[in-house]
Design a protein around this ligand. Sequence first.
Ligand SMILES: [Fe+2]
Length: 208
Amino acid sequence: MVNADNKYEVQPMFIEPLFRTNLASAISEEQIEYLKNIKMVGNQVNLISEDLYIFEDPKLESIKKAVQATLDVYASSIMGIKQKLHVTQSWVLRNDPGKGMHGHSHSNSIVYGSFYFADLPKPSAKMIFHRHSGYQQLEFTYDPEKQNLYNTKINVVEPESQELVLFSSRLQHYVEENTSSLPRFSIAFNSFVRGKIGDFRDVSELIL
Ligand SMILES: [Fe+2]
């Protein structure tokens, strides 16, 4: 008979990657100042650059290259695919004091990236990920002391200055309100694959 003393094991299945790397060596002080002063316009609650393809800007070439190299590692080592991920749109975000960003995910993108190119204010305003993005027919409340990898509804990520964070674009996330007295900057971008995916004989082929 099974009882509480029986040994058991639990293994994680289908884990979500959160990829983090420091790109300080790819960005200069001049580029940081340039990005901080780039023309911004109103977004839903924060500010967004007028230019929504900032990686096309020749002044940001070194950052674009480092981001591409990182996406190459992600595609090859994490996703294990032959195709490369390419940046589609890319933009600058500024969350002034008192501003955050409500829950959202990134459509028409495979992997989304956030690069905290400038020094983050303190506290830096964390990114909160939600397990679910839609209606939940069953909603259990677990004992907070028993929160674990399997039941948690959120994951909290505290970004670091000059860090690039990559994650699946479908993940629902929001950004905490900036409670510091300084603006919080980041570059954000979407990505997609090019080439052929799927299989001709399986009639799943898709040529992009
Ligand atoms: Fe986002």
